[in-house]
Design a protein around this ligand. Structure first.
Ligand SMILES: Nc1ncnc2c1ncn2[C@@H]1O[C@H](COP(=O)(O)OP(=O)(O)OP(=O)(O)O)[C@@H](O)[C@H]1O
Ligand SMILES: [Mg+2]
Length: 258
């Protein structure tokens, strides 16, 4: 089966939930690369507060393999043809536009562009929120915008940091903005944001009661939380599909669990 059938498509919003190490970021990597390959006219922003994802290029155009930037990271996923946005940059449209231009310079023409904005410094999280907001204002009919936020709760639980994420989820649909966010618990997501979600990827989570927060999404009564690492229950709201799945690594295939 083709991975693209379960990915959150352009203009829709999806959510990945699961306990730590359950497989959220790994699934996200395939979602992001699928967007880039399927939508040549796309601009994808990856917001990473761990950091977990590895870009292939610096904003200088130099491949990151030749620097020591990620040398201390034990694990993490490299996103093909992606550029790391310098911290503090991209907070107004022309600086972001400049970054997209740089991405274009090393990305094959038939691929979407990927920018990674990452930092684990709390003091820089305001910058990340600004980057999401600026990205949001660039919506146009000429390309598909996607925002991926790893650990989206970092932004939602803090009033001063949630502007960009909130905009993308609650009013992004009108502008055709695609959004995918990962979180360990859905508890603090406002109901008006939950109702906007059309795809749910539910990994293992200890808090059964949290499932009630997803009722606003129309999650069926019999929807179960998987009890195993890497297994996720997929829910497609528009097509009313519920399926238990697992990514088969390293291929980009998924298998339906029996
Ligand atoms: N389908 C899978 N099959 C085998 N190994 C997997 C699978 N999915 C993820 N893993 C491995 O499990 C580990 C944890 O995965 P991942 O980083 O995606 O979890 P996470 O939910 O994002 O965790 P955290 O909340 O800590 O960020 C990684 O080493 C990853 O390679
Ligand atoms: Mg993760």
């Amino acid at each position: 089966m083709d991975f693209s059938t379960i990915n959150t498509p352009a203009g829709e919003r999806g959510i990945i939930i699961g306990t730590t190490r359950s497989g959220k970021s790994t699934l996200s990597k395939y979602c992001i690369e699928d967007w880039a390959t399927r939508y040549p006219d796309s601009r994808i922003i990856v917001i990473d507060t761990k950091p977990h994802f590895k870009a292939t290029h610096h904003a200088s155009g130099i491949p990151i393999q030749f620097s020591r930037l990620y040398a201390t990271m034990r694990s993490g996923e490299t996103i093909a043809y992606s550029m790391r946005l310098p911290i503090g940059d991209g907070t107004n449209w022309w600086r972001l536009e400049n970054a997209w231009g740089l991405c274009r310079s090393f990305t094959p023409v038939n691929r979407g562009l990927v920018l990674i904005a990452q930092t684990n410094r709390l003091g820089d999280f305001g910058w990340l929120d600004h980057v999401i907001q600026t990205h949001y204002t660039m919506a146009s009919k000429y390309w598909w915008l996607f925002t991926y936020v790893d650990e989206m709760m970092v932004f939602l639980r803090n009033r001063s940091l949630r502007n960009g994420v909130y905009q993308c989820i609650v009013s992004g649909g009108e502008l055709g903005i695609g959004f995918l966010g990962a979180t360990q618990r859905p508890r603090n997501i406002p109901p008006e944001a939950i109702t906007e979600m059309s795809k749910l990827y539910m990994f293992w989570m200890n808090f059964e009661e949290d499932i009630d927060h997803l009722r606003d999404m129309g999650v069926p009564k019999n929807f179960v939380i998987p009890q195993e690492y890497y297994l996720f229950n997929y829910y497609d709201k528009l097509n009313r599909i519920v399926k238990m799945m697992k990514l088969k690594l390293p291929e980009v295939e998924y298998e339906v669990a029996v």
